[in-house]
Write a protein that binds this ligand. Structure first.
Ligand SMILES: *[C@@H]1O[C@H](CO)[C@@H](O)[C@H](O)[C@H]1NC(C)=O
Ligand SMILES: *[C@@H]1O[C@H](CO)[C@@H](O)[C@H](O)[C@H]1NC(C)=O
Ligand SMILES: *[C@@H]1O[C@H](CO)[C@@H](O)[C@H](O)[C@H]1NC(C)=O
Ligand SMILES: *[C@@H]1O[C@H](CO)[C@@H](O)[C@H](O)[C@H]1NC(C)=O
Length: 575
């Protein structure tokens, strides 16, 4: 073994700080629920890093999301696993995907597995603490057995779909594995929900979230709500990008017809944020709420499930080890945040939400949870100059595909890549010709959004034109020049991700960084030794929707009691 360098000592401190962050008191779990904050997490699916306009994108505006960010805090370095299942698993368990068996790819609907039942999930913790726990929209953490499904994992209520994606109107899905048929996937709790078919699903899920919010008006029991949108994931392969015609028409100035549809999908999602914040306001619950918006991973700009989303200027995309896969668009607002109207630069990982939000709610967590996430509530809610907590984030450790992506402090380590490296570059550019006509009145547009109108009452300082413009400029990512490239298929890559957010200068051959490299390798090796086996299983015939009245249903075991209602398909349901 090498002598302990200062760097390794620092590494040990990271681990120490992590354990100490977790509040130990279990007693508070029984405390009064009154006065506890409502938690509202609005999740986008596969939305790109640059598909929000708060960093300066002008192709199409997202006034509500921008308002949430400007009145609250831009989550500048919010990181998530690069795909849906691991990202949602990390959010709900507070653990790295290597600790829940979700580190390799995702759960396709025909596969008999789910997020390990070993993990205690955030909704279980909030449910036990007296919260009303609700999931509206996508699950994607397994449904082959009833015990994998959301209402068996801490959600009092689920309205939405169990699988990977659905059609935006018909709520059916066909998996990429060709020999499984099209199946209906939409439920209220365990039962099929066939009403309101044909309603655009972004609106439908928002309607339901509004209903849940209104139902809580005047109640003491606090609300935990995850609104997990389909937008902006693609629907089935034969009609991947879908939005209402009248919404698409608003973006007629965008030349690329696919990008035009995508802009409409984002716009609907943005409106959803406005409606949720307004519903919280008009029911008197906003003041006591924490509202978080973010995308589960980077956009797939090209290739499988490509939606034209843009992670510019970051390299890579969904399912790659680069920043474009793991650094995601996000914002938080709460009247409890001391510092609002600024950029939160502390690196934060989606597994941090569990301990951070538990802290905000005064819920003590037992050490037996073995969280990888750390409690950043003091940093989120504290003063603007709160010192950064040093930390590591394991983005990917997938030994099936031989990909590692890991960051510790300022350093990022990549070894191996996905898809033979074909998505390792910057895959999009910022459109400068097709400009949103509202851009010339950007600040007014943001201020007139329902979100801004509701949040402005709680401002500490007025959101002036100047402040918005300064924030928007400061939030832009600045890349350095290409100095030394890296091909992760044949060499390791090390970047100073703080100064080189666009991963353009490989430091692996710099002798000044040899200790850094050694420490990164050593920590990856330690994490590898503690990894569980990936839970992935081959698809099985028994899952096929034709065997379940044309629906995606529990298929590993006989389903108890309730026979599913038959959905009245138009045309042939399971071609
Ligand atoms: C879950 O627990 C079982 C039994 O204790 C163990 O064998 C398995 O590895 C665990 N799975 C994960 C993903 O941690
Ligand atoms: C917010 O709620 C208050 C109280 O119900 C209401 O008076 C006000 O009009 C609402 N503001 C917006 C912008 O919805
Ligand atoms: C980097 O990847 C190569 C190829 O998969 C592997 O042999 C090597 O052990 C990896 N290095 C580390 C430190 O994980
Ligand atoms: C799917 O089809 C392929 C060949 O087309 C076959 O090899 C495979 O066994 C099928 N899988 C199932 C689960 O039926």
């Amino acid at each position: 073994m090498k002598g302990l360098s200062a760097f390794l000592l620092l590494l040990l401190c990271f681990q120490r700080a992590k354990t100490d962050e977790t509040p130990a008191s279990a007693a508070s779990a029984t405390a009064e629920t009154a006065g506890r904050p409502n938690i509202i997490i609005i999740l986008a699916d596969d939305m790109g890093f640059d598909d929000v306009s708060f960093r300066g994108g002008r192709e199409f505006l997202t006034p509500n999301i921008d308002a949430l960010a400007f009145h609250g805090r831009i989550l500048d370095r919010l990181y998530a696993p690069a795909m849906c299942t691991p990202s949602r698993g990390a959010l709900l368990s507070g653990r790295y995907p290597i600790h829940t068996g979700t580190q390799h790819f995702v759960i396709s609907n025909e596969e008999p597995w789910g997020l390990t039942l070993n993990a205690t999930l955030m909704p279980e913790i909030f449910q036990q603490a007296g919260y009303s726990t609700n999931l509206i929209g996508k699950w994607h953490l397994g449904f082959s057995r009833p015990e994998y499904t959301p209402t068996r994992r801490g959600f009092d209520y689920h309205y939405g779909y169990w699988g990977a994606y659905i059609d935006y109107y018909q709520r059916r899905s066909k998996m990429p594995a060709r020999n499984y048929s099209l199946g209906y996937d939409f439920r209220r709790n365990m039962e099929l929900e066939c009403r309101d078919r044909g309603v655009y699903v972004t609106d439908l899920l928002t309607n339901e979230a509004e209903r849940v919010i209104r139902e809580r008006e005047g109640q003491e029991q606090p609300l935990f709500l995850v609104l997990s949108h389909l937008a902006t994931h693609t629907a089935n392969e034969d009609d991947p990008l879908q939005a209402p015609e009248e919404e698409i028409r608003k973006f007629a100035y965008i030349k690329d017809p696919n990008r035009r549809k995508y802009a409409a999908m984002v716009s609907k999602l943005d409106q959803s944020v406005g409606r949720i914040v307004s519903a919280l306001n008009s029911t008197g619950q906003l003041e006591n709420s924490i509202v978080i918006f973010y995308s589960d991973n980077g956009a797939p700009s090209v290739g499988m499930f490509a939606n034209t989303g843009s992670n510019w200027p970051l390299r890579g995309q969904k399912n790659t080890p680069w920043e474009g896969g793991v650094r995601v668009a996000g914002a938080i607002w709460s009247a409890q945040l001391q510092a609002r109207g600024n950029i939160f630069t502390q690196p934060i990982y989606v597994a941090d939400w569990l301990p951070s939000l538990a802290h905000a709610a005064g819920i003590g967590l037992p050490h037996t949870l073995e969280l990888d996430g750390i409690d950043l509530w003091p940093q989120l809610a504290g003063p603007v100059d709160a010192p950064h907590v040093p930390r590591e984030i394991l983005h990917i450790l997938d030994d099936e595909w031989r990909v590692t992506s890991f960051q510790m402090g300022h350093w990022k380590y990549i070894n191996g890549t996905t898809s033979a490296g074909q998505y390792d570059q910057v895959l999009t550019y910022r459109e400068l010709d097709d400009l949103d006509p509202r851009e010339s009145r950007y600040v007014v547009t943001v201020r007139n959004s329902p979100t801004s109108r509701a949040l402005a009452r709680h401002d500490i300082r007025r959101m002036t034109q100047q402040r918005v413009m300064t924030l928007r400029r400061s939030a832009a990512v600045r890349c350095g020049d290409l100095q030394r490239g890296c091909n992760p298929l044949v060499e390791e890559c090390v970047y100073d991700i703080w100064d080189d957010p666009c991963e353009k200068n490989n430091l692996v051959y710099s002798t000044r960084h040899s200790e850094v490299l050694a420490a990164l390798r050593q920590r990856v090796q330690m994490l590898r030794e503690g990894a569980s086996a990936p839970g992935n299983r081959q698809g099985i015939r028994r899952s096929d929707p034709t065997l379940h009245k044309c629906t995606w249903d529990v298929f590993e075991v006989e389903k108890p009691a309730l026979a599913p209602v038959e959905c009245n398909y138009h045309g042939s349901p399971c071609e």
